[in-house]
Design a protein around this ligand. Structure first.
Ligand SMILES: O=C(O)[C@H](O)[C@@H](O)[C@H](O)[C@H](O)COP(=O)(O)O
Length: 258
C-alpha cells in the first residue's frame, strides 16, 4: 500500500533535527510559490527543542520575516509561566533568531482571557480568521505546515484519545478543561484544521514512544488521535520524523530518508 504514512527515522536527535530543518526549508519554498508568507503552527512538548537546531535558526535560506507562527495547542497560563508553549518556543527558538534575519510574526494567546477557556479559544479562532480569512470567507484555514508531537497515549495537539473534542467539526479552535496531561485547561486546533494543512509533521523520539507508535500505525482502527490525523490527511501530506529507537520494529509505515 503506498498510502501508508511516511516515516523518516534517524539514529540521533541531532541528525533528526538536520532532516527536519531540510524538510521545513522545502515547505517554506513550497509556501512561497503559493503566497508571500509561510504560515505554520507548532506544538509544545519536545518538539520546539528538536526544531530549534542551528541548522534551522542560522540557516541563511530561512526568511524569518515572512513566517507567521501560531500554536497548535496552548495551555491556559500566562505567557511567562513555565507551562506556556509560547514561553517554551520563545526561549528555545524565537530568542535565538539573529536580529539581522528579521523576526517572524508570532501569535500567542490573549493573556487577558485565561479565566474562560471558551473565550480564549474563540479569541484565538478570531486571530486565525484575521490571518486566513481576512479577505474571503473560508471554511477552514490552510496552514502551510503544522508541526506536532505525539503523546505516549497517542494524543496530539490537545486532542486526547476518546475525547469528545475529536468530533468537533465546526470550531477551528476549541477549549479543553480536562486534559489528562497537565495542565488541564488548554485550547487546541481541532482535527479538521490539522488535517486541512498542506503538510503535517509529527516528531516522536525515544524508546518510550515505541509502543504507542505500534498502535498508531499498526492499529489505526483504534482511532487514536495521531492515527486519525494520518488517516484523514492521507497520502504524502503527513510525514513522521522519529529516532530509530522509537520506530524500530514498527510496521504499517513507509520508511524513507530525506
Ligand atoms: O502542549 C502540549 O502538551 C503539546 O502540544 C502536546 O501535544 C505534545 O506535543 C505531546 O504531548 C508530545 O509531547 P512530547 O514530545 O514531550 O512527548
Amino acid at each position: 500500500m503506498t498510502n501508508l504514512p511516511q516515516v523518516h527515522s534517524y539514529p540521533t536527535n541531532d541528525k533528526l533535527s538536520l532532516g527536519l530543518a531540510e524538510y521545513v526549508l522545502n515547505a517554506q519554498a513550497a509556501a512561497f510559490s503559493r503566497h508571500p508568507k509561510f504560515r505554520i503552527a507548532v506544538s509544545g512538548g519536545s518538539l520546539p527543542s528538536i526544531l530549534a537546531s542551528p541548522a534551522l535558526i542560522d540557516n541563511p535560506s530561512i526568511q524569518w520575516s515572512k513566517w507567521e507562527i501560531f500554536f497548535a495547542d496552548e495551555r491556559a497560563v500566562p505567557l511567562d509561566h513555565p507551562d506556556s508553549n509560547y514561553g517554551l518556543l520563545k526561549s528555545i527558538l524565537l530568542d535565538k533568531i539573529p536580529q539581522k534575519s528579521g523576526m517572524p510574526k508570532v501569535f500567542p494567546i490573549d493573556e487577558l482571557l485565561l479565566d474562560d477557556t471558551q473565550e480564549l479559544a474563540d479569541a484565538y479562532e478570531q486571530t486565525l480568521i484575521q490571518s486566513f480569512a481576512a479577505k474571503d470567507s473560508v471554511k477552514l484555514p490552510i496552514f502551510d505546515l503544522i508541526l506536532l508531537g505525539c503523546g505516549s497515549d497517542g494524543h496530539t495537539c490537545s486532542l486526547f484519545p476518546g475525547h469528545e473534542l475529536l468530533r468537533e467539526d465546526i470550531a477551528w479552535v476549541a477549549p479543553i478543561e480536562d486534559s489528562p496531561k497537565p495542565p488541564p485547561r488548554r485550547i487546541t486546533l481541532t482535527l479538521p484544521v490539522v488535517t486541512h494543512a498542506i503538510r503535517v509533521v509529527f516528531v516522536a523520539v525515544g524508546a518510550g514512544k515505541k509502543e504507542i507508535l505500534k498502535t498508531i500505525f499498526e492499529k489505526p482502527e483504534e482511532g487514536l488521535p495521531c492515527s486519525l490525523v494520518n488517516m484523514a490527511a492521507g497520502g504524502d501530506k503527513v510525514v513522521w520524523f522519529t529516532d530509530d529507537a522509537a520506530i524500530q520494529g514498527v510496521t504499517g509505515v513507509r520508511k524513507g530518508s530525506l
